[in-house]
Design a protein around this ligand. Structure first.
Ligand SMILES: Cc1ncc(COP(=O)(O)O)c(C=O)c1O
Length: 394
């Protein structure tokens, strides 16, 4: 018998399973090459050669001790390499002691939330959002408070944010480049947000932590720069992974960087390391830690995603869709051609197109397309989108 909580959460996310099953059904009937599955953020690109080479070398050399337990924070040399890399990028004075290696960004988010939340603490989530945040917050007794971004550009709306901060606010999760909108939050709005958070901290006598979830920070287009959260927010953690930038989601490798400027920073880091242990992660997988440490400067396959973004974005606009041009990540988030986004996703299925309704991201009336699929899938799908749009043309 399931716990009541899991039974409820399973029911709430049953649409994800339903969508997956529908895809399997369509593939069985029509063949995989006739089904255009844009549902998952699972990169179709292979990791860079340097990653594969290091992996092979480590397996052949098998350095003594590499398979043993280690410090729960991860290998010291790996954390030193990550800190050095991040210090160059952000200017923040990081060293190995500020880094905890984690099982992906998902593991990192759970570790930070476990470290800082008491039961009933509120965590602000900006919509549209990555749906798993709600479950991660719930995992650690927190309560999500949803704040909408500006509908015209999906940038944070500070007036809305102001209204939702309370004496129980403990954290805010930022995700930029954003899944699902592809928007990069601007430096100016983040600086103004920092001022607002500082004022609210003083007003309520609280600390509000910024959890910056950045797995797409290397996947940006058109010379966009992702603002450095560690420079903007004093009470901040960066949570990152190599799942998207190096196409390694199955390897479960990422990290947390704690801002050295935070009060009680050392205590917080002790808490992170302890929580990595007691959540059962114990430590991030060992061999892949060593692999990524040698490839921190490896560029993400931006050009490949850019080509797919442009083909789909231009095609959808020509068909009459409205959509913000993504500045990063590998998602498009267009407005559905009818207000009922679930009905629209069902209509798309009739054309063998699989998409995720916006309601799953707290933003009904829209849909998400993950274009981390093959170029062939993108090109072959174009007539199907045309037929779909035709169905709704007046
Ligand atoms: C916004 C966001 N955060 C976190 C994750 C989890 O990534 P990881 O594989 O690093 O755990 C994802 C995965 O899709 C994501 O889109």
């Amino acid at each position: 018998m399931l716990s009541k909580k899991i039974a409820t959460n399973l029911e709430r996310s049953s649409w994800i399973r339903a969508m997956f099953e529908e895809g399997e059904k369509l593939r069985a009937i029509h063949g995989s090459d006739k089904v255009f599955d844009f549902t998952l953020g699972n990169p179709d690109t292979e990791p860079p050669e340097s990653i594969k080479e290091t992996f092979k070398r480590l397996i052949v050399d098998d350095p003594p001790g590499i398979h043993r337990y280690m410090n729960n924070a991860g290998f010291a040399d790996v954390r030193g390499a990550v800190a050095g890399h991040l210090q160059k990028e952000s200017g923040a004075p990081l060293d190995a002691g500020h880094i905890v290696m984690t099982c992906g960004a998902a593991g990192g988010l759970n570790v930070v939330l476990k470290t800082i939340l008491d039961p009933g603490d509120e965590v602000i989530v900006l919509a549209p959002y990555f749906v798993e945040y709600l479950f991660y917050i719930d995992n650690h007794g927190g309560e999500p408070v949803i704040v909408n971004t500006s509908p015209e550009n999906f940038q944070p709306d500070l007036r809305e944010l102001d209204k939702h901060i309370s004496p129980r606010t403990r954290a805010i999760i930022l995700n930029s480049p954003n899944n699902p909108s592809g928007v990069v939050y601007g430096e100016q709005v983040l600086k103004e947000m920092a001022d607002l958070l500082t004022a609210k901290e003083k007003e309520h006598g609280i600390t509000i932590y910024v959890l910056s979830d950045e797995p797409y920070n290397k996947l940006v287009y058109d010379s966009i720069e992702v603002p450095q959260v560690l420079k903007i927010f004093r009470n901040s953690f960066v949570i990152n992974s190599f799942s998207k930038s190096l196409s390694l989601p199955g390897e479960r490798i990422g990290y947390i960087a704690a801002n050295p400027a935070m009060d009680y920073c050392n205590q917080l880091i002790d808490g992170l390391i302890f929580c990595n242990r007691i959540l059962g992660f114990v430590n991030a997988p060992s061999t892949i830690q060593k692999v990524v440490a040698g490839s921190l400067g490896e560029p993400a396959p931006v050009d490949k995603y850019l080509e797919k973004r442009d083909i789909l974005y231009n095609h959808l606009l020509n068909l009459g869709f409205t959509c913000i041009k993504p500045q990063g990540a590998f998602y498009l988030f267009p407005r559905a051609l009818i207000s009922d986004d679930e009905a629209f996703a069902r209509a798309a299925q009739k054309h063998n197109i699989l998409i995720v309704p916006g309601k799953g991201f707290g933003w009904p009336g829209y849909f998400r397309l993950a274009y981390c699929v093959s170029l062939k899938t993108v090109e072959d799908s174009l007539p199907a989108f045309e037929a779909l749009a035709e169905e709704f043309r007046k």
